[in-house]
Design a protein around this ligand. Structure first.
Ligand code: FAD
Length: 221
């Protein structure tokens, strides 16, 4: 279940803690599973984007036959996953980010608690000692028919200095990576703008710039 998995995962990857605290309520977290959140293939499931950014692998099993694939390859299209008849999701392998890398995930909803995601962005960044981006993985939910990486944005950042100028340039690539929809949770324009701004927020939080404040349930109480 979420509750069982989160206590283990958030201990090793602390940035996941605040996200897990915002998936459903206690009842959902005690019943729902990460396997189900992945297997149902929803484009707004909260666990696939951060797990994709982290480079998670998925093990699918039928009888004694197993195969392991990158999690991102599991999501083929809307309602279509790489799962054969009789196969089930047996395991998710989540690499702990290497020391010195920066990882963050941001969930955008209308309400703080018990709300379904409008857009969710996850970022895993590796910087060289001179501040150049040597690796970056960015994945979103709510921006396409599946959980999806922002390959164009990643390419625009890779090999460049981690500066606001680089980030602003890369933000232009969102329009090529994603064509979000309008629905009851958010308009396409809102999603496009919020998604771009999450990259800016990640930059602020990782660059010593004055970062936005994140208020947890405990601080708010
Ligand atoms: C009130 C409420 C609030 C919610 N809030 C959130 C939220 O904030 N964020 C979020 O991401 N989700 C949210 N959800 C959705 C919920 O988290 C997912 O539906 C849940 O994770 C699915 O997991 P499950 O174990 O309950 O799967 P089920 O609902 O039992 O199954 C979903 C589908 O996947 C299949 N399936 C399940 N496990 C496997 C497996 N291991 N291998 C293959 N197929 C499998 C089932 O056969 C079924 O078709 C919410 C749901 C409710 C009811």
């Amino acid at each position: 279940t979420y509750t069982e998995a989160f206590s283990t995962l958030a201990k090793r990857i602390p940035a996941l803690g605040p996200l897990f605290d915002r998936i459903g309520g206690d009842q959902v977290r005690n019943m729902g599973t990460i396997g189900g959140n992945i297997a149902n293939g929803s484009p707004i499931g909260d666990t696939p984007p951060p797990l994709i950014a982290l480079g998670a692998q998925l093990t699918l099993r039928r009888g004694n036959t197993r195969r392991t694939i990158p999690l991102e390859d599991f999501f083929i299209g809307y309602g279509k996953q790489d799962r054969q008849p009789g196969e089930f999701v047996e395991a998710v392998h989540v690499p702990v980010p290497a020391k010195g890398t920066k990882f963050a995930v941001y969930k955008i909803t209308k309400r703080r608690d018990e709300d379904i995601t409008s857009a969710l962005g996850a970022f895993l960044l590796t910087l060289a000692s001179d501040g150049m981006v040597t690796d970056i993985r960015i994945a979103y939910g709510g921006m396409a028919a599946t959980p999806k990486r922002a390959f164009g944005v990643e390419k625009a950042l890779l090999g460049n200095p981690w500066t606001e100028a680089t980030v602003e340039q890369a933000m232009a690539e969102y329009a090529r990576d994603f064509t979000p929809l309008t629905d009851m949770r958010a308009s396409a324009e809102y999603r496009a703008l919020a998604a771009r701004n999450l990259l800016l927020r990640f930059f602020a939080e990782t660059s010593g710039t004055k970062a936005p404040i994140q208020i947890s349930r405990y601080e708010a109480a």
